[in-house]
Design a protein around this ligand. Structure first.
Ligand code: NAP
Length: 491
């Protein structure tokens, strides 16, 4: 098993701490690699390296930055099988989705590399003669990136790619469950030509490494993806220091099925949306809102399809649902299943930890479906596991009310054959992302991604919005009149 250090100024160093932790395969408990529990001093050293590297990286032409990202994307493409397998081994999503995670990272790096030739500003006439006005997009400086474990390649690439193309230098803390994917990404970016000090990696616990990133005065912006609770904590601390903060937080995503929908398609959609990545996607479908006219038929189809899902070794391509990511995840999900039963929701299928044989070595939970009443905790709180609550509604207005009546607003979906209903839903659903006749998952990297309400603070990743989180706008006035001209002052 390989022992990693912290990656600072282009080298792997021993951490200031003696403590280490192992990253493990949640399907069988196999230890994959060992990493240091980084310290505040490690973060301080990483910041120092990033500060030192910043002036040069800021002047490095953006198209050349793009070439490095493009090379990294090509290297990842060539190693997609191996990297996909690593994602699957480290966090447990099934192999097709592990490779999908890598593909999303490749897609984004390819997309954002082009932004190097498109960091467009504005030019505009002046109110005075012989004067020109324009804007420049400039990097912020040293930025902190803190990422979750559920998309251990794609989410970091969204952040690192956008921060790097914009000319920032980085201190990066990955989730403690997935440091190996992070280390591999750093190695690839280094091999693709990223100069030393531009990207620094410190692994370790949230309350030490995460806290130190948030509190370090030289880190001017923090980009965070994770839970609402952590986002709130980070926002309150970082905003007190007037830092730029980008937050991408949790979801409680609804899929509505109207009575005119293509039911087969809608059921296929909800299976993928609810049980893909064992329900551990920020965009996972966790509420299915079904019109009463087709409720019985929809439930019949949904239950029979769900019962046939194969749960097991995520490296086996015939398996539909892998393990959940950790023992802690497993406990939290089973706790929510108990809450659902206690609050009177009808358990229609699943509900148990799987045991026996290979299941005993990992964290496997049956795909679970409740028939629930809107307002129950299981219909309001993010569970982040393979648990779906189905809610019966009478009409479109009730469907929208139920869909919107949660603190979150990340993704949403409606299945309907009525074009007017579809267009109304585009406007009515309170979410950063809405799908029509498609599940709540499956964002594409060239569109902005993010949520409303408690899912974030208005920041968007990916697409043309990605660089806004990592750039400052400077306005420039060029006076070529060779005399003092005074704007606004009429003499
Ligand atoms: P998490 O517990 O909030 O942790 C996310 C990251 O933040 C980890 O690196 C964690 O470190 C660190 N962290 C936690 N608390 C912190 C704090 N107070 N200060 C600084 N750093 C802190 O979330 P998770 O369990 O990894 O991921 C699941 C959550 O992420 C879900 O709520 C999901 O919806 C959300 N998510 C959102 C999006 C989106 O784009 N909206 C995408 C993916 C996931 P440790 O690992 O060391 O604890």
């Amino acid at each position: 098993m390989k022992n990693y250090g912290v990656y600072i100024n282009g080298e792997w160093f021993k951490s200031a701490s003696e403590k280490t932790f192992a990253t493990k395969n949640p399907a069988n408990g196999e230890a994959l690699a060992s990493f240091p529990e980084g310290t505040q001093e490690d973060v301080a050293r990483a910041v120092e390296a990033a500060e030192k590297a910043f002036p040069k990286w800021k002047r490095f032409p953006p198209p050349k930055r793009g070439e490095i990202l493009l090379k990294a994307a090509a290297m990842m493409r060539a190693r997609k099988e191996e990297l996909g397998e690593m994602v699957t081994k480290e966090m447990g999503k099934v192999i097709a989705e592990g490779k999908g995670d890598v593909q999303e990272a490749i897609d984004f790096l390819e997309y954002i590399s082009g932004e190097g030739r498109r960091l467009l500003g504005e030019t505009t006439p002046s109110e005075l003669p012989s004067k020109l006005c324009l804007t420049l997009k400039q990097p912020i400086g040293v930025v902190g990136c803190i990422t979750p474990w559920n998309f251990p390649m794609a989410v970091p690439c969204w952040k690192l790619g956008a921060a790097l193309i914009s000319g920032n230098t980085i201190v990066y803390k990955p989730a403690t469950l997935t440091p190996l994917c992070a280390a591999r990404l750093v190695e690839i970016l280094e091999q693709a030509g990223l100069p030393a000090g531009v990207l620094n990696l410190v692994t370790g616990p949230a309350d030490v490494v995460g806290e130190a990133i948030v509190q370090h005065p030289a880190i001017r912006a923090v980009s965070f993806t994770g839970s609402v609770a952590a986002g709130r904590d980070i926002y309150s601390k970082a905003s007190r220091m007037l830092k730029r903060v980008g937050l991408e937080l949790g979801g409680k995503n609804p899929q509505i099925i109207m009575d005119d929908a293509n039911l087969e398609l809608a059921i296929e959609g909800v299976l993928f949306g609810a049980f893909g990545t064992a329900g551990q996607r920020c965009t996972a479908t966790s509420r299915l809102i079904v019109h009463e006219n087709i409720f019985a038929e929809a439930m019949g189809k949904l239950l029979s399809r769900t019962r046939s899902l194969k749960v097991g070794d995520p490296l086996d391509p015939r398996v539909d649902v892998g393990p959940v990511a950790s023992g802690e995840q497993e406990r939290k999900i089973l706790q929510y299943i108990r809450i659902g039963i206690e609050e009177g929701a009808k358990l229609l299928c699943g509900g148990k930890k799987l045991t026996g044989g290979q299941y005993d070595r990992g964290f496997f939970i049956e795909p679970t479906i409740f028939e629930a009443e809107h307002g129950m905790r299981i219909t309001k709180e993010e569970i982040f596991g393979p648990v779906l609550s189905v809610i019966k509604i009478r009409n479109y207005e009730e469907a929208v009310m139920v869909a919107n009546d949660v603190e979150y607003g990340l993704s949403s979906s409606i299945y309907t054959a009525n074009v007017n209903t579809a267009f109304r839903a585009m406007e009515d659903l309170e979410a950063g992302v809405t799908y029509i006749n498609a599940p709540t998952i499956g964002a594409e990297v060239h569109l902005p991604f993010g949520g409303v309400k408690n899912t974030g603070n208005g920041a968007r990743e990916a697409g043309t919005e990605a660089i806004h989180e990592f750039t400052e706008i400077k306005s420039v006035f060029i006076d070529f009149s060779e005399k003092l001209q005074k704007a606004q002052i009429i003499e």
